[in-house]
Design a protein around this ligand. Structure first.
Ligand SMILES: Nc1ncnc2c1ncn2[C@@H]1O[C@H](COP(=O)(O)OP(=O)(O)OP(=O)(O)O)[C@@H](O)[C@H]1O
Ligand SMILES: [Mg+2]
Length: 225
């Protein structure tokens, strides 16, 4: 099993209140499959992704990656090499061009410049943008285009696990289909583990497994195939 969560809980604690965002979640994710996580706003989906990305530490339970406890791994190396995250609000670097945004993670893992350039141009094309976008700043792009740049950036390193938070939230149906095709081929063609938080029924329909979050708890949906 690539990624497994065993009785994981997480609460946001402030001076005034505690929000139990993820409650006793156990689930497993394999390579080569596309997973959808669905559920109402505030049900804990983004929090669950943050836990799997190593951005938050469980208060209870454990997450294991390839059989090793996530807490025993070097957090920087894990976030740099093993997982890629596509954030709900894209998180593009506003002062870097499209090309520089996509090349950024390759700089972190010390990919030689020329190779990084080649990979970046390749993944930018993969998400359906052409080379004319490379020199633009994120502020010069539509929401859907920014979203595709965020996806390209997440693909650049070839990470085994792709975590995506509403990757089709701002896209029209044609681009949604393209992104679904892309996510499916990453899972089925490149043997990656792709986990997508989504409100989009089309994305959920394309997934091999659908998990539903409800007030911090997770259940696997029975699927009719
Ligand atoms: N930084 C924070 N501090 C305190 N509470 C938070 C924080 N972030 C999220 N929460 C709370 O945790 C719960 C789960 O939030 P989360 O962002 O995981 O939901 P979500 O399922 O991703 O929702 P959405 O579909 O709107 O993105 C919510 O009740 C939310 O208000
Ligand atoms: Mg969210």
């Amino acid at each position: 099993m690539l990624l497994s969560l065993n009785d994981v809980s997480f609460s946001y604690r402030t001076k005034y209140q505690t929000v139990n965002a993820v409650k006793n979640v156990s689930c497993e994710f394999e390579a080569g499959r596309l997973y959808a996580v669905v559920g109402k706003s505030g049900s804990g989906k983004t929090t669950l992704l943050s836990l799997m990305a190593g951005l938050a530490r469980p208060d209870g339970g454990a997450i294991s990656v390839d059989g090793k406890d996530l807490l025993s791994l070097d957090p920087d190396a894990y976030r740099r090499d093993t997982v890629s995250i596509i954030y709900q609000n894209f998180n593009l670097f506003p002062l870097l061009t499209v090309l520089e945004n996509v090349m950024y993670p390759l700089g972190l893992n010390k990919t030689p410049k020329q190779e990084a350039l080649k990979i970046a141009v390749e993944v930018i094309k993969k998400v359906g943008l052409d080379e004319s976008y490379c020199k633009r700043l994120p502020s010069m792009l539509s929401g859907g285009e920014q979203q595709r740049v965020a996806i390209a950036r997440a693909l650049a390193t070839g990470a085994q696990t792709i975590l995506a938070d509403e990757p089709t939230g701002n896209l029209d149906s044609e681009n949604t289909e393209n992104i679904i095709g892309l996510l499916t081929s990453l899972a089925h063609g490149e043997n990656r583990c792709v986990i997508v938080v989504t409100h989009d029924q089309n994305v959920a329909d394309a997934a091999d497994t659908v998990y539903r979050m409800d007030s911090g708890r997770l259940t696997e949906e029975a699927r009719e195939i």
